[in-house]
Structures are given as structure tokens and as C-alpha cells.
Design a protein around this ligand. Sequence first.
Ligand SMILES: *[C@@H]1O[C@H](CO)[C@@H](O)[C@H](O)[C@H]1NC(C)=O
Ligand SMILES: [Ca+2]
Ligand SMILES: [Ca+2]
Length: 323
Amino acid sequence: MQSNSGRATALVLLGLCSQWQSVLSKPAVLRGKDRIVHDEVLSEKPHDDSLSHDYDHEAFLGAEEARTFDQLSPDESKARLSKLVDKIDGDGDGLVIESELKHWIKQIQKRYVLDDVQRHWKEYDMNKDNHISWEEYRNTTYGFYIENEESEDGFDYHKMMARDERRFKMADRDGDLRMTQEEFSAFLHPEEHSHMIDIVITETIEDIDKNGDGAIDINEYIGDMYSPNDDAEEPDWVRTEREQFHEFRDKNKDGKMDREETRNWILPPDYDHAEIEAKHLVFESDINEDGKLTKQEILDKYDVFVGSQATNYGEALKRHEEF
Ligand SMILES: *[C@@H]1O[C@H](CO)[C@@H](O)[C@H](O)[C@H]1NC(C)=O
Ligand SMILES: [Ca+2]
Ligand SMILES: [Ca+2]
């Protein structure tokens, strides 16, 4: 993720999987380093249409369903897409418009969060009382480290556990130290909940702020995404990030990002992944450019919306070669 484009462009090009959105059986700090959060993640696949439409497929179908479509013949794939189009066309006028697509993509996102919560629920609710207590969460996530205090890898879990506990207490709105499914959803996906935004900002700053002044200066900002290599010249994307920091991130020009500036960085106020993706899908398939998609326009570009054996031919071939 930190390769060539840096976060500013990554923001536009990629559906980023933030550290708060991925698998929680790993302690928080090990969950990856991408900082920018917007809506729920659409896909972890890079959004580069010259490579494939995998990103679009996952945004449009969800990761699991996208994999199912990849196994279908083109005809089956189109037949199923045709049924989906009827569902997406909310007012049933036979045309799909951007707002209908956006609504659909948001539903796919919501389903992803719900599935994620349910998938982890059983793992943590050990006594099956339909609540996850802090103790259950702690034992499941950190039990191994607690029992092997002097573990060989010297991994210091205390900090992460304290951080998870703090987040847990923030999500646990009624303060009974047990999470309902809704509270657990806020814990797993804090960026979706306004009462969790403060803690998302706090955790981000803590991660990056090395000198402990509670703000992010330019060296900390760059250091978070790039480790200099003595021999190599600083890559262009790092230089771009430096400019971004001074021009856009540090709005009051005091040389560092405070909480408010950090918030604008990781949760840009006017950025909506679902809307951008909906626009993109319309742009790709609206052949007569009237801003509305007929079913035929969508089916003609079925490879943009969904996969099939045909669109994944290259990948299937690769898999085959592995044997
Ligand atoms: C958590 O682990 C401790 C120590 O092994 C144990 O005493 C306690 O009962 C466990 N709690 C839960 C809720 O599983
Ligand atoms: Ca500042
Ligand atoms: Ca059209």
C-alpha cells in the first residue's frame, strides 16, 4: 500500500483497508498501517482498471459474492447480473441511475460490516450469553501472551491491550463492560460511529507521534509511511507527501497536525467511496451518455460489474500453472 503513490493519491485510487477494519484476532497494532478511513472499506483490491476490475466487482458485489461470480460462465454471470439490475433499479423504471447504484453499494458495505461482526461474534462470546465481556475479549485476543508472559519473541502486548480496553470502554456505551452486537460493531468499525471518532483520532496520533507532544510533525508523518534507505534517493511519492503535508494537512501552518487536522486527513469530510464508485460505474458503461444505465448497457459491460470465468481467464490460467 505504501508503494508508489502515497496516501494522497491512494485516497483516490484505492479502497483502503484501514487498521480498524481488518481481522481483530490480531492485536490492534498489528492490523496494518493504512490511516485513511472513509466509509466502510469497499475492497482491499487496488483500483486500477488497467489491471482488472476486481475492485469494482468487490464494491458492487461484496468480496464473497465476487468470488462466486468468478466461477460462472459468462452467460450465467450475465443472467445473475440481470436479476441484480432489477433489484438495484429501485423505482423500477428500467433505468439504473447513479443514486441507485450508490444506494446499492452502501448496502453491500453495510452487509460487509454485519457479516464481519457476526463472523467474530462466535469467536469472542465464549460463554454464549450473547454478550462479549471485556474478559472474554481479552482472553481470546491476549490470553496466549498473558499466559506466556516471557514469550520468546518479546512481544509487548500490554500497550495494545490497554488500547483495546480503552476502545472497548468507549464502544460500551452503557458501561456494563459487556458488548452487545451493536456495541461490538462500534468497537470493530469505529469509523462508522460518531461517538468513536475521537478514539480513532487518538489511536492514529499515538501511533505516529514519536516525540509524544500529541501532534504529528512532518518527520513523524513521513516516518510512518517511509523508511529511508541510505543508498537510495527519496522517491517521488515521498516528496509529494511532504508537499501535501505542508500544503493541505497542516492547515494552520504551525508545522504539525493537531487533532482536528488529523481528523481531516483520515476522515476527509466530503469523500464518499460509494458515490465515487457509483460515478465510475456509470462512466464505464453509459454508452449513450445520458446519465442513465439501461439493463443492456450494464450487461454489455458485465465484465466491469461482475466477474466470470471469462474475465478471470488470466487468473484461472495462473492458478492452473501452479499445479
Ligand atoms: C480468562 O482467563 C482467566 C485466566 O486463565 C480465567 O481465570 C478466566 O475465567 C477467563 N475468563 C473468561 C471469561 O473466560
Ligand atoms: Ca497544525
Ligand atoms: Ca445510458
